[in-house]
Design a protein around this ligand. Structure first.
Ligand code: HEC
Length: 294
């Protein structure tokens, strides 16, 4: 059998491949690696290690036993073959070809008659790796020149502008999918029917008890008039819903219960009730709110 690598490379190599695979496929569900999170994985890995060592020992001893059965001549042959070091023939040949230097035996052929205090000069060819690179750089230079100086394909400024435009599109895209990422500073009135419908649903389940179905008010103030105790406009309303009203008034903070998007939806829904006439409106409380003129 030809030994490609000694056991002390083989065992760790196989072991770490298996270790890597377990970490890759078993999701530990936390920042800890899987073999710490699940003791069974650790057990499995130890078992794998034992099996690897065990099989090396077994193979070695079988080889030993077989060796004893060989004739002297065959033993000799076997040892010779085993001690021969493995070489990467193709790699060596390619390396030599790329260097392009003459083997030392035939250096006589290319020696020059320059002689400086016994130091002589060889007339070697340019190394092919260098020559190929040089040709490649010429080709690259010609293509580059034609592309950017003759046909003016693009320059750094257009490249930059293109990337900025792409990033802007990506940001818009992201904002669409991340509606829930709102807070009192960034919230805007939602106008899509689906959002208002969701807002109405939240209002009906959580808010009618104190504000009435038509927003006319009860324990809580009237939400249909233009008077606001805690400030009108989407940002203030969102903030009131999130943080609650003044202490002891009964309006709790909903931020633990409703998600940001849900708070934005119900706030937008409340704004649709502005100017409607409830069945039994509560008297106006607070001050008239005017959206600041931008
Ligand atoms: C337990 C009764 C109660 C419930 C339920 C309730 N509120 Fe209120 N709400 C109040 C009271 C009382 C106030 C007045 C707070 C104050 O004066 O500080 C108020 C104030 C408000 C205000 C501010 C009004 C203004 O004039 O500034 C908004 C907006 C509001 N509530 C929205 C909601 C929404 C949305 C819900 C449902 C998610 C809700 N409320 C559920 C009692 C309630």
């Amino acid at each position: 059998m030809k030994n490609m690598s000694p056991w002390w490379i083989r065992i760790p190599l196989i072991f770490f491949v298996i270790f890597g695979l377990t970490e890759y496929f078993i999701d530990s569900g936390s920042s800890e690696p899987a073999f710490i999170e699940y003791p069974i994985v650790l057990g499995f890995l130890i078992l794998v290690l034992l099996i690897l060592i065990g099989s090396e020992v077994i193979v070695k001893s079988i080889e030993n036993v077989m060796f004893q059965t060989l004739s002297d001549e065959a033993k000799q042959k076997y040892l010779e073959k085993n001690t021969k070091k493995w070489e990467w023939k193709w790699g060596k040949k390619t390396y030599a070809r790329l260097l392009g230097s003459k083997p030392m035996e035939s250096e006589e052929e290319i020696i020059l008659d320059h002689d400086y205090d016994g130091i002589k000069e060889l007339d070697n060819n340019l190394p092919p790796w260098w020559v190929y690179l040089f040709y490649a750089s010429i080709v690259f230079g010609v293509v580059y020149l034609a592309r950017f100086h003759v046909f003016n394909d693009y320059n750094q400024i257009t490249e930059y502008e293109q990337e900025v435009a792409e990033a802007k599109i990506a940001i818009e895209e992201y904002k669409k999918t991340a509606k829930g990422l709102v807070d009192a500073n960034t919230v805007e009135v939602l106008t899509e029917a689906s959002d208002l419908k969701a807002g109405e649903k939240i209002y009906t389940t959580s808010c009618v008890a104190c504000h009435m179905a038509d927003g006319g008010g009860g324990i809580g103030p009237n939400l249909t008039d233009e008077y606001w105790i805690l400030g009108g406009g989407i940002k203030n309303i969102f903030n009131t819903i999130s943080e609650g009203g003044r202490d002891g008034k009964g309006m709790v903070a909903w931020k633990q219960i409703l998600k940001p998007l849900e708070r934005a939806q119900v706030a937008s829904y409340i704004l649709t009730m502005q100017g409607t006439t409830p069945a039994s409106p509560k008297d106006a409380e607070g001050e008239i709110w005017r959206e600041e003129v931008q």
